[in-house]
Design a protein around this ligand. Structure first.
Ligand SMILES: Nc1ncnc2c1ncn2[C@@H]1O[C@H](COP(=O)(O)OP(=O)(O)O)[C@@H](O)[C@H]1O
Ligand SMILES: [Mg+2]
Length: 342
């Protein structure tokens, strides 16, 4: 049985269905992300698990125990919210020790556990500092240490990196993953950032309008987005009209107009080759330099396509160039119609 289970969980605020009949199983030791646009019910789901928001219907099971109506403190879960308020008048060490003192843990054990967790988040050199003497990333680590020191069965993270700037964010993503693996702690992380979800999760849960619309490992989610919305929300996608050939495989309609299928083709799956060759002809309208890649916008008979090519150190193609476009037929993904609007 899964370690943390949500069974037909829902939350209504008056007329608003914030979370609708949600089933979810998080395995022990797994890092799972809840990914979705603002307002889709991620925080509400996490808060119900933490016990800060009452459940309207459904059940929450932790290691087989029904905790749906248990007091937050008795659940003993580790929580890090978007705005992790540290105690400003306490040192890093005292901030981290606070939860253990409240739990009346003996002083020598507190000292041991705080030292261990500060080492884990690489703040052992800064134990005597105050929050104002720390960088944003270091404060974030204190918040994480504070949650981890109580050795909770589950760690709940709500957009833990959203206050950090881009470079630090990426570094901290990998830090969270490293720490999560080292401790082996079951973790549910809320994010609206698809790159964050894809890069460090074992599995990603996509939410839209209070509902789960896909659960998959990051690679599978990216390569096989189920719906039109997901294909655009998780990575970039070219949406094309198409139909099936005589073997049943998807193919792009070469004439503009309606095929009966919506297809998704990732920008990096398209090759740019000599004009006259390939499946489609196009003209480069604009190009953007992304550092490790070039992004081209290309005008074709079936609409404007986005193509991403690796920066291999060679000069990029010029705007105005006529090119052939080609792609492996099996990388066209057939999308389902969105059943909910985000
Ligand atoms: N305390 C509340 N009272 C009324 N509506 C709320 C409350 N909290 C959240 N909601 C609504 O529930 C929906 C989901 O919100 P939330 O879980 O915060 O989304 P997310 O975290 O995905 O951005 C939104 O429509 C939001 O306006
Ligand atoms: Mg939220």
């Amino acid at each position: 049985m899964a370690f943390l289970q949500l069974q037909a969980l829902c939350k209504r605020y008056g007329a608003v269905d914030a979370v609708v009949a949600t089933d979810l199983s998080v395995e022990k030791g797994e890092l799972m992300s809840l990914l979705g646009p603002s307002g889709c019910g991620k925080t509400t789901t996490l808060q119900m698990i933490a016990g800060f928001v009452d459940v309207t219907c459904g059940r929450i099971l932790l290691d087989g125990r029904d905790i749906t109506h248990a007091k937050p403190a008795s659940r003993g879960l580790g929580v890090v919210f978007q705005s992790y308020a540290l105690f400003p008048h306490m040192s890093v060490r005292d901030n981290v020790a606070f939860g253990l003192k409240m739990r009346k843990v003996p002083a020598d054990e507190i000292q041991r556990r705080v030292a261990r967790v500060l080492q884990l988040v690489r703040l052992d050199q800064h134990a005597e500092r105050y929050p104002r003497e720390l960088s944003g990333g270091q404060r974030q680590r204190v918040a994480l240490a504070r949650a981890l020191v109580i050795e909770p069965p589950v760690l709940l993270l709500d957009e833990p990196l959203s206050n950090l700037d881009a470079n630090l964010r990426e570094e901290m993503q990998f830090e969270i993953r490293r720490i999560q693996r080292e401790v082996g702690i079951t973790t549910l992380m809320v994010t609206h950032d698809q790159a964050e979800a894809l890069s460090i999760s074992d599995r990603v849960v996509v939410m839209q309008a209070g509902r789960i619309t896909q659960i998959d490992e990051p690679y599978t989610l990216y390569e096989h987005p189920r719906t039109r919305f997901i294909s655009g929300f998780v990575g970039k996608a070219n949406l094309l009209r198409g139909d099936r050939d005589h073997t049943g495989a998807a193919q792009v309609r070469q004439q503009p107009g309606d095929g009966e299928l919506t297809l998704s083709l990732r920008p990096e799956k398209i090759d740019l080759i000599t004009a006259g060759a390939g499946r489609l002809q196009g003209r480069i309208i604009t190009r953007y330099f992304l550092g490790s890649q070039w992004l081209y916008r290309i005008d074709t008979a079936i609409g404007e396509l986005t193509v991403v090519r690796r920066n291999n150190g060679q000069a990029p193609m010029n705007e105005g160039t006529v090119v052939g476009l080609d792609w492996p037929a099996e990388l066209l993904r057939i999308l389902a119609v969105d059943e909910v609007s985000a």
